[in-house]
Design a protein around this ligand. Structure first.
Ligand SMILES: Cc1cc2nc3c(=O)[nH]c(=O)nc-3n(C[C@H](O)[C@H](O)[C@H](O)COP(=O)(O)OP(=O)(O)OC[C@H]3O[C@@H](n4cnc5c(N)ncnc54)[C@H](O)[C@@H]3O)c2cc1C
Length: 552
């Protein structure tokens, strides 16, 4: 093994790849260590939908969206809600990141050959008025080619550097400790894991076949978050979000285990904002799972009616796609670990997108013919239809009585009263024909359709759910899906990991999800979405460049 390196990077996800590419460009020799097998390069980003938060982009302007750095910063700060003393660095990272998203980010990605689907999505709409949290305008830019296309240029740069002899890519090496000499982090120790072919994303063997120790002038930790480790999620679960749900789905591969957080703390690094996390409320069990407990997130348009386990309609503005954590808090307080969408075929076809590269073969494979099917076909995209057919959480029926019966059959006790549900749906349907509706959700749908992107492909024309022509009726049972870690290793604006006294721990840097995407939590309490991949790109780039510049 080539152990003559200036820097060791721990974790070959997106943040690790970007940091390594920047280090190599800065003339440094790097060892990039990864516990998983070789085909897994790119970590979670490979599986991602490739949604990126951009501000005032040409794609937005073409759709008539007026955005600005100032508006995005206002939205970010209202959404983050920074209120702690330790938010000093996260807040600085947030300011720097929003400036990046409004400035250099798009041209830099374009210079890497990354392009965007022309219709910009409107995620986390908020719904609390102009001073509240949420995106005032659409900012979710889907990468043409989804997650794999975000990873590809950075993987290419790293492989080219490896071919030049500047980077050693070492797989099946799991870091178990950071070595510290005289209060300077100068290397890593760990276990060599048994090799063996494992399909990407599936749990790999943890059998150890050896040990290793490597030294370098600096170490960058880019090991990801905690979402695959439900014990840690529960341990860190904040009281403000109610009790952790009895059962959760897992939105990330098993390697997202949070181990490196504890390992870095042992070496003297500080972890902050552990209780800030970003889990989704629209999780469905994958009928064709890749990792344990695999759940898929529905990225919903605003039209499905949302009911809790007892059939109570969720209050305004907790409509699909408006306020992830507000809805999570509301649902956990019901005491049940699931809720329901009720919708029609017309809505599912337009409004259900499934997050994940493998769930979007048209966008991932840049297949325009398949993409057009989304618009012209009467059915939904094939992966959505497959869930409707095989998914354990779906009920399809031609009338409401059968639908409710099917929903009740999916739960341990029949908790839904068909009369109550019918009353709610009929009342809502009545309002569709009323130009002066009092129904806040219908008002929100009409407002959404004033945005060209939503009207074109994302938001169904308001219609009566019980109109047979819009059917069949569909119900989807939704569970909480663990995904992102918003807190993490506290870092300064160079990505240096800080000690409890606020001074940098010499030799140690961090980037990506393990660093709360910068500073130990640049999102504060909540995200505007599409900000995680960008957070890896930005913090990985900063750490890589800072280390390259700092070394003798
Ligand atoms: C299905 C899905 C959809 C998503 N969609 C979006 C989206 O549209 N937009 C968006 O912004 N974000 C999205 N995300 C989130 C985003 O992909 C992740 O937050 C981001 O990729 C995290 O990257 P990372 O490099 O910090 O960590 P990871 O991707 O988790 O990579 C960390 C790597 O470190 C390795 N590692 C960990 N510990 C050790 C150790 N001790 N020794 C050696 N190696 C170790 C792991 O094996 C892994 O390969 C999505 C995520 C998923 C799963």
């Amino acid at each position: 093994m080539n152990d003559a390196a200036d820097v060791i990077v721990v974790g070959a996800g997106l943040a690790g790849l970007v940091a390594t590419a920047e280090l190599a460009d800065g003339g440094r020799r790097v060892i990039l260590l990864e516990q998983e097998p070789e085909p897994w390069l790119g970590g979670q980003a490979y599986w991602s939908f490739g949604g990126l938060f951009l501000v005032n982009s040409p794609e937005q302007r073409r759709l008539g969206v007026r955005d600005s750095h100032e508006l995005a910063l206002r939205d970010w700060m209202a959404t983050a809600g920074f209120d702690r003393e330790e938010d000093q660095w996260p807040r600085k990272w947030a300011e720097a990141y929003v400036a990046f998203a409004a400035g250099e980010k798009r041209p830099w990605l374009r210079s890497h050959g990354i392009g965007f689907f022309p219709v910009v999505g409107w995620a986390e709409r908020g719904g609390y008025g102009p001073t509240g949290p949420g995106n005032s305008v659409p900012r979710f830019h889907v990468t043409w080619g989804t997650g794999p296309a975000v990873v590809a240029p950075f993987e290419r740069r790293v492989r080219e550097a490896a071919a030049r002899g500047q980077v050693s890519l070492i797989f099946r090496h799991r870091v178990d400790a950071l070595s510290v000499t005289g209060s300077v982090v100068d290397g890593v120790r760990g276990a060599v894991l048994e090799p063996g072919p494992v399909e990407r994303g599936r749990p790999s063997s943890r059998v150890q076949v050896g040990e290793f120790e490597l030294h370098a002038q600096a170490v960058i930790v880019t090991s990801g978050g905690i979402g695959g480790n439900h014990d840690l999620v529960r341990q860190n679960w904040p009281a403000r979000l109610g009790e952790p749900p009895a059962r959760m789905l897992t939105g990330v591969p098993a390697h997202v285990d949070g181990r490196m957080l504890g390992i870095t703390e042992t070496a003297g690094g500080t972890v902050i904002n552990r209780d800030r996390m970003w889990h989704y409320v629209e999780g469905i069990q994958d009928w064709n799972p890749i990792w344990p407990g695999h759940g898929i997130r529905i990225l919903p348009g605003p039209s499905s009616m949302w009911f809790d386990a007892l059939g109570n309609r969720l209050p305004a503005p907790l409509f699909p796609g408006f306020d992830t954590l507000g809805t999570l808090e509301h649902l956990t307080k019901t005491g049940f670990d699931y809720s329901w969408f009720a919708l029609t075929q017309r809505i599912i076809k337009r409004e259900f997108a499934l997050s994940g590269s493998e769930q979007n073969p048209d966008l991932t494979n840049k297949d325009i013919g398949l993409l057009l099917q989304r618009v012209i076909s009467k059915s939904g995209p094939a992966p959505v239809e497959a869930f409707k057919e095989h998914g354990a959480d779906f009920v399809v029926a031609s009338n409401l009585t059968d639908l409710v019966q099917g929903m009740n059959a999916l739960t341990d006790e029949p908790r839904l009263d068909p009369v109550k549900l019918e009353r709610e749906i009929t009342a809502r349907d009545r309002e569709v024909d009323n130009g002066l509706t009092q129904d806040q959700q219908i008002l929100a749908i009409r407002a959404a359709r004033r945005y060209l992107g939503d009207r074109l492909i994302r938001v169904a024309k308001p219609h009566r759910l019980l109109d047979p022509a819009a059917g069949p009726l569909i119900a989807a049972r939704l569970r909480i899906l663990t995904r992102k870690t918003l807190g993490g290793l506290q870092t300064d604006l160079s990505g240096r990991v800080l000690r409890a006294d606020g001074t940098p721990l010499p030799g140690l840097y961090a980037a990506g999800e393990v660093a709360g995407f910068g500073g130990g939590g640049m999102h504060g309490y909540r995200s505007l979405e599409g900000t995680f991949l960008g957070g890896c790109l930005f913090s990985g780039r900063i750490a890589g460049r800072a280390v390259a510049a700092a070394l003798a």
